[in-house]
Structure formats: structure tokens, C-alpha cells
Design a protein around this ligand. Sequence first.
Ligand code: GLN
Length: 542
Amino acid sequence: MTRFIFITGGVISSIGKGLASAALASLLQTRGFKVRLRKLDPYLNVDPGTMSPYQHGEVYVTDDGAETDLDLGHYERFTGIASRHSDNITTGRIYSKVIARERKGEYLGDTVQVIPHVTDAIKEFILSDIIDEDFVICEIGGTVGDIESLPFLEAIRQLGNELGHECTMFIHLTLLPYISSAGELKTKPTQHSVKELLSVGIQPDLLLCRSDRNLSEKERHKISLFCNVREEAVITGPDVDIIYKAPVSYHEQGFDDQVCKHFNLFNAPPAVLTSWNKIIERIQAPEGEVTIAIVGKYIKLLDSYKSLSEALQHGGIANNVKVRMNWIDSKIFENKESICGLENVHGILVPGGFGERGISGKIEAIKFAREHFIPYFGICFGMQMAVIEVARNLAGLINANSTEFGPCIEPVVGLITEWVCKNKLVCRTKESDLGGTMRLGAYNCKLLPKTKVAEIYGKEIISERHRHRYEVNICYRKHLEQAGIIFSGMSPDDTLPEIIELKNHPWFIGVQFHPELKSKPFDPHPLFASFIQATILKSRLI
Ligand code: GLN
């Protein structure tokens, strides 16, 4: 029997619903249940793929090639379960589906309306693609009271009735601000937010109250009374300094016990927190520290690099060191003198990115890493920029560039117009739509034996997730090889360079994919573990 848990948020946005959902899923998993996590996003975009990172943060890509919300990254990191295309839906996708059906005449003359047609499409999505999961946790994006989220709330209300209380649970996350002049936590915003939910017919079964301190008995009693929620189901969600403490902290507050109680699962095995405790211990007691410069473009909103910062931390966990991240706007290095600041870092990383702004700064930082033997990790755009740097400065191709920035004389990086996906040829042109048309999702890559990456992965074939439109131009292979580049990873048909490394450098690797998307705290990605290991060696030399 599959049970559905719906998680809504009130009072403010960014209250931590994604983290709470992921932590609950992990706790239920350790109690022996099979879980699946889903995100319902009320915005009108079909997916976040075309949104600016400043609007939305990172776009998380799944194995099956969906561009999704960054919360799906939390879900995967906390549960180890690979998310699928069917785990993230937006209003845009729901409406596209409803309108396509209407055009086909599938509504048989009905007037198409939000209720029941849009809400039916939402319910269909929530119930789809479920195999034998014990729990499906559905996080509803946005804040209760937003106009956009109303059809989603109506759909989950209906499901609550249709599936019954024994199969559904409504959890509401709220904020309890501490007002120092009054010396108390204020419950009024929570009361209002629950009233808002009640006005659409949803009575929460559990309240997860985010606050910077534990709720007193008195406060829990008051919330219970005014919000009509059992007192023991009013749970404190204390702030945590390390996100991986969330499962342990929520467990201590009785979160998973109350969920099991709601579903009458009185004989459920207890939660096992050993692996989370080990991770926390490692993060809290590192044996050293390394500093990495991350030279990017979207550094004013670090959510744009969520999986990257987590993966670097996982690399630290694998090596028992703290990873200090220096986020640097690449524009700074356009003035070559300021490059000096990089002398004391132990590693340099250029992450994924789009567009011309700031590229010369990235290229300068890469040159610095190459010339000063500082470990360099180039991810997607960071690999493309590394190839351009080597082409310009070592291969004598002074006009080397990417066609992403317009027509150029030496297109060392160019638009990919054809590639093979699941044995089928995919074609693109410059005129193709921007949304959903990149090379997306997991692709196999062959590793060249006896290279650094072959040693790091310990395999011949790997699978990694992609999200890019441009690619290193294989026509320049000879020039680049003569300049010291090794094409150590290629697509199985040998047409697309997937990984490059540099000869005579302690650690200089560029990858066309996004390894950070697959790293987990309990299973750090081998490239990140190896990069951090190289930075430790560098730190001993400084
Ligand atoms: N802008 C580059 C491309 O589309 C790199 C993309 C990325 O870094 N994800 O190929």
C-alpha cells in the first residue's frame, strides 16, 4: 500500500520544505520503508531550464534528462534514490498537457476548467509512475496563500478524501519568530498560515515549526489548541548548522515517530542513524583544511551552485578535511593584477556556466592554475574554457573561442548539432527552442586506460549527467594533443570529447558533464574525492 505525505509551507518562502522532505524520507528509509520524493512547483515555466540561476538557483538534472528543481538534489543526496522526470511537475507542464488534450478533443465537448480538469491532471501526476513505494512524499512549492498554488492545494485536498486518512497525511511547515523585546516565540503567523490552509479545506495533521530554539510545552500547547493539531504532532524544526544534521535533529523531536503513528505503523522498525552520525562526526572533526577558489558567474546566489558546494564538502568528508570555499566573481580576474589572490589557494575550480560575461577572468584563473601547478577542476563550461586557454596559450591558436559567444575564426568549442541518445540520432540547429533542447541527462563515456581519470574511477565505462549545448570540437584534437591535452574520456562513438586532462600537471581535469549531481555524503563522487586529495598535497607544499 502506498501512503502519500503532502508537505506545504507557510509564513515565508525558503523555509526548508525541501530539506524537511528529504530528511523525513531518509528517516523512513532507515526504518525499512521504500520511499519516493516528488516536487510540485506552481510556477508557469514548463521546467526551470530556461530560468536564470538568480531566479531559481541550480537546475538539477536527472539521469533521464529532466531539468528540475534543486530540491530534487537534496532528495537524491539524502536518500540515494535517483530522481526521475516524473518526480517534478510545474503548472506549465500541467497546463501544456491539459491544452494538448483539449486540442485533440479528448474532453469530448466539456468546458475545460481548473476544477476538475487541471486538478485531475495534477492528481494523475501524483499517482503516476509508482511501483511498490511505501511512501510518496510530495512537496508543494511556494507558500500557502499564493494564487499559483491553489490548484495544487485543491488537488491534494481531493486526494485526501479519495484515498482516505489512512493513506494520506498533511504536514505543514511554519516559522516561529523569536521576538527579543517580548522574550518569546510568536505563534500568530503559524495560526494565520494554518487558517489559510483550512480555508482551502486542508487540516494539517502535523506541524513542523521552524525556529531558532526549541518550543516550550506552553508554546506547543497553544499551537495545538489554536491549530487543531495533536500536541505531540507539533514538532520543533530547530535550525541546524550542517544540513546533514537535519535527519538526526528531526528524529530527536519525534518527527518520524509521529508520521508512523499517523499511519498506525506501530511495529515499524526504529530509525537507524549510524551513517548520519558518522557523517556529522567527520564534518565536525576534520584533520585539516584546504581552500578552493571557485571562479564563477552566479556567486551572488550560492544556491546556483548547490550540488557543487555539497559535492566539494563530500570530497572533504572522503579525505577528512574541511573544504573552505572561496567564491570569486570571474570578472575580478579580467584585471590581470588581481590574479595574485589565487597564490594561496590549494585548488581552483571553474563550474558550469553560460554566456560570454566574465569568461576572460575564468581563462586567466585557469592559466594561473596551469602555470602554478595548482590542482584545476573544470566542470562543463570550466572544461570548455580550459581547452580554449590551452589552445590560445600553448597550441598557438590565438583566436580560439566558443561559438556560444558568436561566430569565430577558430571554433575550438562549437554547437553540437547531432548526437546519439538511446541509439537514436538527435539533431539540433541554432534556431532550436532554448527550453529542453540541450544534451541532457546520463550518457556513457569511455575512459582511456592508464589515464588519471581511469585510475580515479577504476572503470572503463562511466555514466554521468549532462546539460550543455556546446562541445569541444574534435577537429582540433591533433592541435590540442600536441599542446599536452589528453582526451581521456570520449563518447562511445568517439565523436564527443567528455573528459580532458593535461600532461605534466599534478591534477588538471576538465569534464563535459556535471559530476556534482551524483555525489552523496555517504558516497562522495570519485572526482571530487580525488580533487580534494590533490589539494591536500598542494597545501603541504605551500
Ligand atoms: N554554456 C555551455 C554549453 O551550453 C556550458 C554549459 C554548462 O556549463 N552546463 O555548452
